[in-house]
Design a protein around this ligand. Structure first.
Ligand code: SAM
Length: 431
């Protein structure tokens, strides 16, 4: 038997998996010490090798399944475990959802709730590929910047996957340093966007590439070239074929969506989420709402008809501009969009004696920015509606709101990202 102090890098051991924890990692104990490993299922007996030792746990990589859990299924994707995208493909979809429900319940100390769910595969309306030296498209290998070239992805909507061979032809014809390729699909229309992020821009598109772009437009595929400014950030648009917006229908509203800015990647589940958010507001009297992290207003415009006013704050200018034009198109006069950092705008609103009954937030994975919950204290909101895609940061922020007297009164969860450990939550807090 391996002892706790022997659990150092390179040591091989047998690990019995007890449960799945955040990050999709299987957790077991060796001599009372926590060891976690990816691609595991509760009940597995695995041969693993320790790759990292920390003060309170060790991380290991699986080498072989010695005894398989009944929760296992044969992964449907040939790149599973190589590509860094999915981490639960070895579990049947019902088990993936059970894992998420149990994790949510144990972290928040509540009885398990069922996740609202839809398609297990082919649900993504957006995909982002890296481009290899040879012009092949792919995703990064797990934990590295090495490319795994692939010709299909089971998470992508077929209308996006079918673009891959054309995209590789376009990348070759452009003869430009393309770093990243992003594809997006409207709903329920079949219009598609292709955004190529370039390391540099010589100022023109070669003729063969322009012909490919023109032909694709006939099929409803619109191309944008952006010059990268920072890694993982879309820089300035340097070329757009025919200017066009995608249409996305959400709760009966047809919204115009640009190629920059956030929109939920799973239309089917985004619809459930937006309906549930609206239902929270429909139930009571018409209120004033302060909405933080509003994006292009997907939730703002859904709930505007059932509240008295929504003041929506968002960092990305293109997103707030779209929010304003969509509001105008829908004839909604009771929304105000402000561009800027939430903390800065909240501090300004405090000086202006702004008031609202409910706070609605939908932050990125890192949760509410430091200092924001303190800055919100003086507003004396009656209620907080928190949409979250990260359980650790939701838990952290619920504790901070708890110190201001808020208690969780409603919780819903959504399998927005099947095959991965991520999921979406809607929490309502009241005081
Ligand atoms: C999870 S998205 C939610 C968007 C919107 N609620 C929706 O459903 O489409 C988070 C949004 O927060 C914005 N954001 C990130 N950090 C921000 C900050 N410090 N201040 C304001 N907005 C921010 C992002 O640009 C993004 O649009």
């Amino acid at each position: 038997m391996v002892l706790n102090e022997e659990l150092v890098e390179g040591v091989r051991l047998e690990l019995e998996i007890e449960r799945i924890v955040h990050g999709g990692l299987g957790l077991g104990h060796v001599d009372g010490f926590v060891v976690m490993t990816p691609f595991a299922a509760p009940g597995d007996l695995l041969s693993v090798v320790v790759v990292k030792r920390r003060r309170r746990y060790a991380l290991a990589e699986p080498l072989a399944v010695l005894r398989a859990s009944p929760w296992r299924q044969e992964p449907q994707c040939p790149w599973f475990t190589q590509c860094g995208g999915c981490n639960l493909g070895h579990l049947a979809i019902e088990r993936q959802r059970q894992v998420k429900a149990e994790l949510l319940a144990s972290e928040l100390g509540l009885p398990p709730i069922e996740l609202k769910a839809g398609a297990a595969l082919r649900y993504r309306n957006k995909g982002s590929f890296h481009v290899g030296e040879d012009g092949r498209l792919g995703f990064y290998r797990r934990g590295s910047n090495e490319l795994v070239a692939l010709d299909h992805c089971l998470l992508l909507h077929p209308g996006l996957e079918e673009l891959l061979p054309w995209l590789e032809r376009l990348v070759a014809a452009l003869k430009l340093p393309v770093r990243q390729v992003i594809v997006q699909l409207g709903h329920p229309t079949t219009l598609r966007f292709v955004t190529l992020v370039l390391a540099s821009w010589p100022g023109s598109v070669p003729e063969t590439a322009a012909a490919l772009i023109g032909e694709a437009e006939q099929q409803g595929v619109f191309t944008f070239l952006h010059q990268a400014d920072k890694p993982h950030r879309l820089g300035q648009c340097v070329f757009a074929g025919t200017p066009k917006n995608l249409q996305v229908r959400l709760c009966g509203n047809d919204l115009e969506v640009g190629n920059a800015g956030f929109f939920q990647v799973n239309h089917e589940i985004a619809e459930h989420l937006a309906r549930d958010v609206r239902a929270v507001f429909e139930a009571g009297p018409r209120e004033r709402v302060l909405e933080l992290y509003a994006g292009m207003g997907a939730l703002t415009l859904t709930l505007a008809p059932v509240v008295s006013h929504v003041y929506a704050v968002e960092l990305v200018r293109q997103a707030t501009l779209l929010g304003e034009s969509n509001a105008e198109k829908l004839g909604l006069c009771n929304v105000t969009f402000r561009t800027g950092k939430c903390l800065t705008i909240v501090q300004r609103l405090w000086r202006q004696r702004f008031s609202a009954e409910t706070l609605l937030v939908d932050p990125p994975r890192r949760g509410l920015e430091p200092g924001l919950i303190d800055a919100l204290e003086g507003f004396r909101f009656r209620r907080v509606v928190y949409v979250s895609c990260s359980l650790p940061t939701l838990k952290r922020d619920l504790t901070l709101f708890g110190k201001q007297g808020f208690r969780l009164t409603q919780l819903k969860a959504y399998d927005m990202f099947p095959q991965t450990y991520h999921f979406e939550m809607l929490a309502v807090l009241e005081r």
